[in-house]
Design a protein around this ligand. Structure first.
Ligand code: ZN
Length: 271
């Protein structure tokens, strides 16, 4: 089955940026200008200022700014206090992520079921805890430099970091992506403060312009991509492979010869 993204788009581009510093405002502006979508991973501790006077001297987004600022994008968890979770007890890990979820859900009024691991650190045990806490995906920091969607969304590895030397080269390759990759996905992650502190936004501005407004790319948040790919993986097939049933609530698109077809939610279809 040659799956396609929604509306028959061939490939998808997503971003995720961590740590909710004030520089997110400029980054969102660049995304919005270029019709790109991203996910913002938030530490509710710094967001709500409950770790004191932010002694690190950083300026953080304020809770009352969240909904307007990240409108059209996704708000996801990143741990209340950005703790290095390797040495924490299970209770502390649960508190770190569940309380982050709780606060962010109160602020946004939406479900928050995505996350990024602080410092990227995670293992099977942590992934299992997050799954039990209702998280559908979580991102690490190891780059794949490739365009395959993750096998396990709780171990989601991005394509590359915003500052990687190959960013533009990868962008070019993605725009000319080989046909053998099913549901090609480019995923760039980073921190807006890395641009903000240097004052040099030129690379991300250039990259966003280069990748924007392509009719064959689906620009989506991490969660939209996770939900869509999970839907493609949930299709049920007849023994001869000639019929398929879509038990999900998401319309799934695919290519049949050269035409774009879809299976609607609840539909049983001859392929
Ligand atoms: Zn972080």
């Amino acid at each position: 089955m040659n799956f396609l993204y929604p509306q028959g788009k061939k490939q998808a581009l997503t971003f995720s940026f961590d740590d909710n510093q004030d520089f997110d405002k400029k980054l969102v502006e660049i995304f919005n200008k270029n019709n790109l979508k991203g996910t913002f991973n938030i530490n509710s501790g710094t967001l709500c200022g409950n770790i004191g006077e932010n002694p690190d001297g950083n300026v953080y987004v304020k809770p009352e700014e969240v909904n307007e600022l990240y409108k059209g994008h996704e708000v996801a968890a990143h741990g209340v206090d950005h703790k290095f979770i390797a040495g924490l007890s299970d209770v502390m890990i649960v508190n770190e992520f569940l309380n982050d979820r709780r606060t962010l859900e109160q602020i946004t009024g939406n479900l928050v079921q995505g996350a990024a691991y602080a410092f990227g650190w995670h293992d099977e045990h942590i992934m299992d805890i997050l799954k039990k806490l209702g998280f559908k995906y979580s991102r690490g920091v190891d780059s794949t430099f490739g365009f395959f969607p993750p096998q396990d969304f709780l171990d989601w590895k991005p394509t590359c970091h915003q500052g990687c030397e190959e960013l533009f080269e990868l962008g070019e390759s993605f725009l000319n992506c080989p046909g053998y990759i099913e549901l090609p996905l480019m995923y760039v992650w980073g921190h807006s403060y890395e641009f903000g502190r240097s004052g040099d936004w030129s690379n991300i501005e250039k990259f966003c312009e280069m990748m924007s407004n392509k009719d064959f790319i689906w620009y989506a948040t991490n969660m939209e991509i996770c939900d869509y790919i999970n839907a493609t993986r949930s299709l049920e097939f007849s023994a001869d492979g000639k019929k398929a049933y879509n038990p999900t609530l998401i319309e799934v698109f695919y290519k049949n010869d050269s035409s774009v077809c879809s299976i609607k939610p609840g539909e049983y279809k001859i392929l």
